[in-house]
Ligand binder design. Structure first.
Ligand SMILES: *Cc1c(COP(=O)(O)O)cnc(C)c1O
Length: 393
């Protein structure tokens, strides 16, 4: 058996936790019922399992179970949120605000709406990756219907100030007593289970979630849709049997939903201790790497996911570095990652990063199953590889 590289790409996906798998297995076999079958026990037990996950997710974000709409993942949740709002509220206004560092699953639906005549403002970020709240306030217009700002960035791990943004959307532009609020959507694919999320305190109206970034299965996610103060209405993007209160038709994928609930339950239970452990591992890695000349940390040093370390190295070709590291570690580059294209990603570009070739970026995504020994090995090998490439020049 060949030795596999150490997995440090937890922002791309995470391994399924064995406890999650164990919870899912009965729902593939003996408990196979359709949760929409209301006339027999097969349906009832599937429905009970789905209900349990709704309750776990709702409790995790301080919402109610009726506000959870299951989707195939965060991509679909983002599409439903953004296009669903646009289609419902276009008569009130056709202006949407988002941020330069968003995931393509937010940027691309916005760009699509642009082709239909919507106006899209893409806010820049500060050098540390945080959105500039003054810029956000300035961008608000009477015809703004939606603001979409992610909770945690998938490349640089930066955490956006959700509560402040929620506050701005609630009353930023409106005169006191005015009834029109701007809907606030957040893509929390990287955040669920890792940082505290509270729909009420943060005044969030729509939130996209996914299971596979938090040691759950792929292919399942959810959209939180606020039901009161204000009640958010969404035009469905998939029509059919009227599942999920008409917002997303299609037979619910019970085993994946059970896994999603279990994954979030575990993550919440371990959140405080795990964040401490991951922060220590990240600091241990950075302490060693930062000894190398010409190495920089990308993103805010504290306002970031515990397991995220994103670095740039001067004097090294991005593709060459990735190739050099690959035998020992499974990581991602901060670039558009093809052998011919080493331009920095749109996220690093938004931070003001240079485009020149002799500049490499690497994203380390440390997770639940990484150990100190692995981090030390990775650090040692990465330092040697970087120095080797720098000396070649
Ligand atoms: C992974 C990710 C997505 C896509 O989620 P899927 O469930 O894979 O569709 C969207 N947004 C962010 C920030 C992500 O990290």
């Amino acid at each position: 058996m060949s030795i596999r590289p150490i997995y440090l790409d937890c922002h791309a996906t995470t391994p399924l936790d064995e406890r999650v798998l164990a919870a899912m297995l009965p729902y593939f076999t003996e408990k196979f019922g359709n949760p929409a079958s209301s006339s027999h026990v097969y349906g009832w037990e599937a429905e009970a399992a789905v209900k349990k996950t709704r309750e776990i997710l709702a409790a995790a974000i301080n919402a109610t179970p009726e506000e959870i709409v299951f989707t195939s993942g965060a991509t679909e949740a983002n599409n439903l949120a953004i296009k669903g709002v646009a289609e419902t509220y276009f008569k009130k206004g056709q202006h949407i605000i988002t941020v330069a560092t968003e995931h393509s699953a937010v940027i691309d639906p916005c760009n699509y709406l642009k082709t239909l005549g919507f106006e899209i403002t893409i806010l820049p970020v500060k050098k540390d990756g945080l959105v500039d709240l003054i810029e956000l306030k300035k961008a608000l217009r009477p015809e703004t219907i939606l603001v979409s700002v992610m909770a945690a960035n998938n490349e640089i791990g930066v955490l956006q100030p959700l509560a402040e943004i929620g506050e701005i959307c609630r009353d930023g532009l409106r005169p006191a007593g005015g009834d029109r609020q701007i809907i606030f959507h957040t893509d929390a694919a990287q955040a669920i289970g890792k940082i505290p999320l509270d729909m009420e305190a943060m005044k969030i109206d729509l939130m996209s979630l996914t299971a596979h970034k938090v040691y759950g299965p792929k292919g399942i996610g959810a959209l939180y849709v606020r039901r009161r103060n204000p009640r958010v209405q969404l035009a469905p993007q998939q029509h059919g049997g009227g599942h999920e209160r008409g917002m997303r038709s299609g037979t619910l994928y019970t085993p994946q939903i059970v896994g999603f609930g279990k994954a979030v339950e575990i993550a919440l239970g371990e959140q405080a201790t795990e964040n401490q452990r991951l922060t220590q591992l990240r600091q241990r890695l950075w302490k060693q790497l930062s000894q190398v000349e010409g190495i920089h940390l990308n993103g805010h040093p504290q306002e970031r996911l515990a397991g995220n370390l994103n670095i740039s190295v001067e004097g090294v070709d991005g593709a060459a570095l990735l190739l050099g590291l690959q035998p020992v570690m499974a990581i991602s580059s901060g670039s558009a990652c093809s052998s011919t294209n080493t331009a920095p990603s749109h996220v690093l570009t938004a931070l003001g990063h240079p485009q020149h070739l002799a500049y490499a970026s690497v994203r380390f995504g440390i997770g639940r199953f990484n150990t100190e020994e692995e981090i030390d090995l990775v650090a040692k090998y990465a330092i040697a590889t970087i120095k080797g490439l720098q000396n070649k020049r």
